[in-house]
Design a protein around this ligand. Sequence first.
Ligand code: SF4
Ligand code: SF4
Ligand code: SF4
Ligand code: SF4
Length: 286
Amino acid sequence: MDYTNQIREIASKLFAEDKIDVFIGYRMTGFDENQVPALIRDPKEVSKLVFTDKSVFNLTNYLKQDHTRNKRIGLVVKGCDSRALNLLLTECQVKRENLHIVGIPCKGVVDENGNKMQNCIECIYPNPVVFDEMIDGTLTGLEEPPYQVNADIQNIAAMNLVERRAYFEEVFESCIRCNACRHSCPMCYCAKCCIDQETSTLYHGANTTSSAFHALMTWSLHLAGRCVDCRNCEKACPSHLPLHLLHKWNERVIYENFQEHLAGVHEGDRGAFYKYSMKDPDDFIM
Ligand code: SF4
Ligand code: SF4
Ligand code: SF4
Ligand code: SF4
């Protein structure tokens, strides 16, 4: 998967036609084979853009920043990124008319060791669900397999409540409460976050195992029905914690109890909790 030339051509054209102020894509780090997000403002710098299977980050996270808000943005999205964008649009965090969305029919990205990422192996929406133009001008229609629950989540589902809590406490014991996961998540954009150590009225600021665990649990519940499995949060975690276990567990619970809801797939779908009914089952709550 190498769309570098196509991305550069599209970005150049958008600048030449004065349709954008900023193009958000990927560039090489400059010191190894990995990539970082690139915010290109000068058309002369379009040649820095690349796109390969190392273009791992979800760029929609940059739409919530002050330096892109209210600008005309060109943006590259893979399938999972586009679901986050759909949610940001639905939750009125970005203006559709300010965006030019370049969609990638995504064949998967790789980790630092060159292995295909687990979310890509399990991906059910590799094709973008919202875009203005697709790479090569065509939607190649990659296969979209049915939703499946993997072995890790089946294992969690087999636990009772006490076992599940003990399991999650052990897995996330080394959380240092740095909040890198929250800052890296496109769906976490609150100006004042309830788990912020300095301002929280819910959790004390100390970095105890207990406060970190409860903050993480709260964070994951704020993403329940909104997580698109892009793994931006995991890539940012300095403790290399498997945050997807929390999110995929919540995703499975939401899918099975809220009319097979999956985040960001349909434009305007406001999410599982807007489908609340007094008849909803409640025996799944952690
Ligand atoms: S989860 Fe799907 S859309 Fe996202 S990077 Fe992996 S294969 Fe691409
Ligand atoms: S919680 Fe993590 S995987 Fe889910 S949308 Fe946010 S960054 Fe992506
Ligand atoms: S954790 Fe909750 S309150 Fe904090 S930014 Fe995310 S959604 Fe907002
Ligand atoms: S990034 Fe990792 S260590 Fe930091 S708060 Fe999130 S889970 Fe904890």
